[in-house]
Write a protein that binds this ligand. Structure first.
Ligand code: BGC
Length: 393
């Protein structure tokens, strides 16, 4: 069966500068990851921009990307580094020349070391330094941007940085601090919204990560409800000034009674007879439920800012794309206004604190040599974008 998508549908792939460029003076550089790799050199995008751009163009009419704040600004309120500006401008101009839609993300989990030294997001008012970065980004790159995404998944950032302790600044169980950071991010988002609107007609939103939290063994039901409240409701409430809602989804999270995933308890989910990828329980239908849940909140158009699967097998990736798009299509048939789909990720990259073993790329990358290889899944994604449709069984 062929599923046809609405005319003008945005089809793209997505990356984050920090995950594809060699690490600069930012908070992740040198981090030792769960799989033994170090957060430093990975896809080396900075040495392969032209080649990567060809792949991006083959796989969609759009690209979701970010810039490395630490490379652009070496100190609070400093002028942007001209060499870095030139490289980013050249890349974006070429994307525009090829008719591609650019979604620019202004914060993706990472801060320059100088920002951390100033107290980072924990200190109220520090947002002014980031807002200066936003203002300069709008002035310099704004004419090339079609959609703005202020923060990438602030709920993931805050939960990992101040509750689970997996992301810098690696704080655990600091609920009140987490709440303070969230409020600062919310204010920063609202003010960034106005800065952008002053100069750009392009829509502005955030991306919000979503998870299906399910209690399976008592008292997991209670824990799952608390997680759901914090992650899916409370965090979301701080970012309501938006023209669209950016949503991403990767996982169902069973509570037995504590959360179980494939990262910390490899094999356990399979033993329970569940579908999994290399990281989590896999349940694409959960995204369909999320579409309904968030659409019912505000009826704002939805853009899927990330969707993907952690696997080394392109065939599995293809099946997963089909399955997710089946649910996207069904939600559209239900009347939900979904305007675009960005696949995570364009190419293999550094999967944050767990490392380089965990792969999401449509284009595979040999991290030793930097060699890129288009996978069947990337070719498949390109076909979907060109025909604005997908063949599912
Ligand atoms: C993040 C990406 C990450 C992906 C897979 C998303 O939450 O935005 O940076 O690589 O999930 O874990």
């Amino acid at each position: 069966m062929k599923l046809k998508f609405p005319e003008g549908f945005i089809w793209g792939t997505s990356t984050a500068a920090y995950q594809i460029e060699t690490a600069s003076a930012h908070t992740w550089r040198g981090l030792q990851c769960l799989d033994g790799t170090t957060f430093d050199k990975c896809s080396q995008h900075e040495l392969h921009r032209e080649e990567d751009l060809e792949y991006i163009c083959q796989m969609g009419n759009a690209y979701r990307m970010s810039h490395d704040w630490a490379k652009l600004q070496k100190a609070p309120y400093a002028a942007f580094e001209q060499q870095e500006v030139d490289a980013y401008l050249k890349f974006m101009e070429e994307l525009k020349r090829r008719g591609k839609h650019i979604m620019l993300v202004l914060h993706h989990f990472t801060n320059p070391l100088w920002f951390e030294d100033e107290g980072g997001w924990e200190k109220e008012g520090n947002r002014m330094m980031w807002l200066d970065f936003v203002q300069k980004s709008v002035d310099i790159f704004g004419h090339l941007v079609d959609t703005w995404n202020t923060f990438n998944e602030p709920n993931v950032y805050v939960s990992n940085g101040w509750l689970a302790g997996g992301f810098p600044p690696f704080k655990k169980g600091r609920f009140f601090l987490a709440r303070r950071v969230l409020k600062e991010l919310g204010r920063a988002h609202d003010e960034a919204y106005d800065i952008i609107k002053n100069k750009s007609a392009a829509p502005v939103g955030i991306s919000h990560n979503t998870v299906k939290f399910v209690g399976e063994i008592f008292p997991g039901h209670i824990l799952a409800k608390i997680f759901d409240w914090w992650f899916m409701e409370y965090n979301h409430k701080h970012f309501l000034k938006q023209d669209f809602q950016g949503l991403s989804y990767y996982a169902r999270m069973p509570f037995r009674p504590l959360p179980v995933d494939n990262i910390h308890s490899p094999g356990k989910l399979q033993k329970l007879g569940k579908r999994t990828d290399l990281m989590w329980e896999y349940d694409p239908k959960g995204f369909y439920e999320v579409f309904h849940r968030y659409w019912n909140k505000n009826k704002l158009p939805i853009i899927i800012t990330e969707s993907g699967i952690c696997t080394h097998d392109p065939k599995v990736r293809i099946e997963s794309i089909k399955e997710y798009l089946g649910w996207v299509y069904k939600a559209q048939q239900d009347g939900i206004d979904i305007r675009g789909y960005f696949h995570w990720s364009t190419m293999d990259n550094h999967e944050w604190n767990i490392g380089q073993y965990y792969r999401f790329g449509l284009v595979s990358v040999d991290f030793e040599t930097g060699k890129r290889t288009m996978t069947e899944a990337g070719t498949f994604m390109g076909e979907i974008a060109r025909t604005n449709s997908v063949e599912v069984s």
